[in-house]
Design a protein around this ligand. Structure first.
Ligand SMILES: [Zn+2]
Length: 590
């Protein structure tokens, strides 16, 4: 086999080709199973005794496993060749078929949600339904916040011209922005993303021009963008009132199956540790020889971080580091390479970025990356294979208990990155490269923990401010600046324009209160890694056990099994102990 081909997916475990008759057969089979299920049970779910409901759920899982295969195949084919007409057509066709099947079986979700409380309590208490307890609770969690059917219908229809239209206006406005900036002595017009990338340039004056140009471009659109923020925030305010939630973050936490206390504990502990970020930037200023470290220096690169790593070296690094943690880790990763369940290299038509796709426990995951010989790319391979390991270990769960909930989704991926980074650092002898590696890890934690908690705090305050009436861009800006000052203290000199940072962050519009979950995932893993560092090999089987739990419980339940209490600030503090040691190592290199 040609070397290049060995780094491409083999989708043969799904279907041999786009016109494999098995694909058509599965589409037909899924439709048939869905119709049979509906004919037998529609309108009668609440009359089922626990044993009968369990049988129904088992059949339902079997149906989903069949129905998802064609869509999974189509989406993988399309990801690897977005310009291929046959793949495009297959995506559209499987999407339509999938939508048809889910419409037919929609009754199950609705009837679980609306079954009388006494019936539901009976199900939950029964031994037969013990394996589905988490699924049943999750299916029902939004019930107290669901409106009547006609109300829901109106809300859905009106949302198209409401929140959905406003967020589209936001996207169109932001993506139309061109930033005027001077590069190499010539005036240029670039996109916001291109300008953002310039903030990590080694050229300080260019970093400053890029930061200024981004803020000015946003400020010049602030009338429209601020109007969108006010409208979207008020829309959410109306929604939580109608659906009787007690705070703007509550719907997100309900989906994520976390209590408000846990998230507040995580956020407050993070805020108490802001001094660590401030200490790091004081040290970074020294490393860069900058007496007045400014906000446009936050992303300045340290020399030595741009080393090239070939794919074969990168693969070996990942496998060796995984093996040093657990043979199970490296065996699963190795299998993905050997059986061609990973598509490694960039090529024309292939989609960008990286992901791990796993939908059905009876089938192994597939991983896609775009390897480009950077250290970051090695880290991405470790990250995505971490996901693959998580899913592989969870594959003994049944389908409805398979996928981890959002806050737990990055448990193995980020762990994989840390295992790799630790190994890289231990093996590195060049002091300049060592310092750059340590800085990369620290800045990764600052970006995913501190910054995201800061964003979430601002978001809470901004929603609270909006509840009192329309807010000006200056008012939102003042709240933003206060959060920046809290995070960076005197270690970073802020500019007048830094108050515009909030307006270009799409999460506030599209994925309300999502940012805390980055912090949750990263800090959880740092704390777990700390335990590993302290307990050594004794920790490994407990950790594998946690991953094997998949989505069979809430984050609190799953973590309690490995002795973690997410309510306790002391647990979250362990993550900062890891960060603190890294900062000590960084200091020692100066
Ligand atoms: Zn991930």
């Amino acid at each position: 086999m040609h070397a290049d081909e060995a780094l491409r997916w083999d989708l043969g475990d799904l279907y041999r080709a786009d016109d494999d008759p098995a694909l058509e057969r599965d589409l037909r089979d899924a439709r048939g199973r869905a119709e049979k299920l509906a004919a037998a049970h529609r309108g009668m779910v609440s009359a089922l005794n626990p044993a009968k409901l369990r049988d129904l759920l088992v059949e339902y899982e079997a149906l989903i496993a069949v129905a998802w295969r064609p869509s999974l195949y189509a989406s993988l084919r399309f990801s690897a060749a977005t310009d291929d007409a046959s793949a495009q057509a297959l995506v559209a066709r499987t999407r339509e078929e999938g939508a048809r099947v889910s419409t037919v079986v929609k009754f199950l979700d609705v009837e679980l949600k609306t079954a009388p409380q006494t019936v539901f309590d009976g199900w939950l208490a029964s031994a037969e339904l013990e394996p589905y307890r988490h699924y049943l609770r999750a299916a029902r969690r939004s019930a107290p916040h669901t409106l009547s059917e006609p109300e829901e219908k109106v809300a859905t229809l009106k949302s198209l011209t409401g929140a959905a239209a406003w967020s589209q206006l936001y996207d169109e406005t932001v993506s139309s922005i061109r930033v005027g900036i001077e590069i190499d002595g010539k005036p240029r017009e670039i996109t916001v993303d291109e300008a953002r990338a310039l903030r990590s340039s080694p050229d300080r004056a260019l970093r400053e021009r890029a930061s200024r140009a981004i803020h000015e471009a946003h400020a010049s659109r602030s009338h429209v963008l601020n109007f969108v923020f006010n409208t979207i925030f008020q829309d959410h305010g109306v929604e939580i009132g109608l659906r009787r939630f007690d705070s703007p973050i509550a719907p997100t936490l309900l989906d994520d199956e976390l209590s408000a206390e846990v998230v507040e504990s995580l956020m407050a502990t993070t805020e108490r540790n802001y001094g660590l970020a401030q200490e790091y930037y004081r040290l970074k200023a020294r490393a860069l020889g900058l007496p007045d470290f400014a906000s446009h220096d936050l992303l300045a690169p340290l020399p030595g971080g741009d080393r090239k790593v070939s794919f074969s070296d990168g693969k070996k690094l990942v496998l060796d580091s995984f093996a040093s943690f657990s043979p199970t880790f490296s065996e699963i990763a190795e299998r993905h390479f050997a059986r061609r369940w990973i598509d490694v290299m960039p090529r024309p038509g292939k989609r960008g970025g990286a992901f791990c796709a796993a939908a059905i426990p009876s089938l192994h995951p597939y991983v896609l990356t775009n390897y480009n010989d950077r250290l970051d790319d090695v880290s991405t391979v470790a990250h995505e294979l971490g996901h693959a390991i998580h899913f592989s270990l969870a594959s003994k769960q049944s389908l409805l208990n398979y996928g981890p909930t959002t806050p737990m989704a990055e448990t193995a991926s980020v762990f994989g990155e840390i295992v790799l980074a630790t190994r890289l650092l231990a093996a590195e002898r060049d002091p300049t490269v060592r310092r750059a590696l340590i800085a990369m890890r620290i800045e990764d934690v600052i970006a995913t923990v501190f910054r995201q908690v800061m964003y979430t705090r601002w978001e809470q305050q901004a929603h609270a401010r909006r509840a009192e009436g329309v807010a000006t861009a200056d008012e939102y800006g003042a709240l933003w600046r206060a959060q920046l000052e809290r995070l960076y203290g005197p270690s970073v000199r802020l500019g007048e324009l830094d108050r515009w940072g909030w307006i270009g962050i799409p999460h506030f519009i599209h994925s309300r209160f999502y940012c805390y979950s980055y912090a949750f995932g990263q800090l959880l893993v740092l704390a777990l890694y700390r335990r590993y560092a302290e307990e050594g090999d004794r920790f490994v089987p407990r950790y594998l056990d946690l991953l094997a739990g998949g989505g069979s419980g809430t984050p609190e339940e799953l973590l309690a099994r490995v002795g973690v209490d997410v309510h306790a600030p002391a647990f979250w503090q362990q993550g900062f102990a890891t960060l603190s040691s890294l900062i000590d190592e960084f200091r020692a290199t100066l």
